[in-house]
Design a protein around this ligand. Structure first.
Ligand SMILES: [Fe+2]
Ligand SMILES: [Fe+2]
Length: 278
């Protein structure tokens, strides 16, 4: 049903299927913007606007989450006329001002997802930051000190957020945005001793159970571009420092657009909402 392609400064788009409208989602994270290099992201966002229909931002938009950083980041996106969906990263939490950041992004029309979902052009988006804790048998267990239990609890909480968001989406295509990684496939290349800080397998279960079509994450600046969940869901690491190493500035994932009649209708449960253009 879906296919993806990389995207460079020059357009490497695959030819469209004849007669089929496609929705192109450009994804990138880890831009780490603080405003000191004004205009540094303008060309990147101009290319996104030209090559995609929806922009997905996978966290670490700012260096330290200061509202001034986010205001500067929003200015970089002045040329973006397509809808924008975003999750935060750990860096965006550093200044402890995510409520202010969300207000700034909301004013710009960005859909910030923290366990929520939104339908854009008939495509469902579910998103949450995610959290750390490690993978499989090596995952940190909720045992002993309260601090450890709280740490593990934070990952479980993020997993429940993703489950809730995905469960309430009824679209055929469900795109998941996260910052931390639910799998180790896209971490290969990072030192193994930091894997526990790059994500958690506790985030994986809701993605496979509730039918994610594709997963985008960031945070692992030195990992791999592409992997899969054990159940076969494609996973893309869109951390900008990693993309740059491969001559990319974002990834474009393309999917056939749903019929307009279906795209415009709210879900039967009434919890799903169709968003207008940002
Ligand atoms: Fe980052
Ligand atoms: Fe990060």
């Amino acid at each position: 049903m879906t296919r993806r392609q990389g995207s460079r400064a020059e357009d490497r788009s695959a030819p469209q299927e004849r007669g089929t409208r496609q929705v192109r989602i450009a994804a990138v994270g880890d831009l780490h913007f603080d405003g000191t290099q004004q205009g540094a992201l303008v060309d990147l966002f101009a290319a996104v606007n030209a090559q995609a229909d929806i922009l997905a931002l996978c966290g670490d938009l700012t260096t330290h989450g200061h509202p001034d950083h986010m205001r500067a980041f929003v200015k970089e996106m002045t040329g973006v006329e397509i809808p924008i969906v975003a999750v935060y990263g750990n860096h965006d939490h550093e200044y402890d001002a995510t409520a202010d950041l969300t207000a700034i992004l909301a004013e710009r029309g960005v859909h910030v997802l923290d366990g929520g979902q939104v339908v854009v052009q008939g495509i469902g988006f579910a998103g949450a930051k995610g959290f750390a804790g490690g993978y499989g048998r090596g995952a940190l267990a909720p045992f002993g000190e309260k601090l450890i239990k709280d740490f593990v609890g934070a990952a479980i909480e993020e997993s429940i957020k993703l489950e809730t968001a995905l469960r309430t989406l009824t679209t055929d295509v469900k795109v998941v945005l996260m910052h931390y990684s639910p799998v180790t496939d896209t971490l290969r290349g990072e030192p193994e001793y930091i894997y526990p800080f790059l994500g958690s397998s506790r985030l994986l279960e809701p993605l496979e159970t509730h039918g994610a079509s594709v997963i985008f994450h960031g945070h692992a600046h030195g990992g791999q571009l592409e992997g899969r969940t054990p159940g076969g869901v494609p996973v893309f690491n869109v951390a900008l420092p990693l993309l740059r190493k491969h001559g990319l500035s974002f990834q474009v994932w393309e999917t056939p657009a749903p019929e307009r009649r279906r795209a415009a209708q709210p879900a039967a449960g009434g919890e799903e909402r169709e968003a207008g253009a940002a």
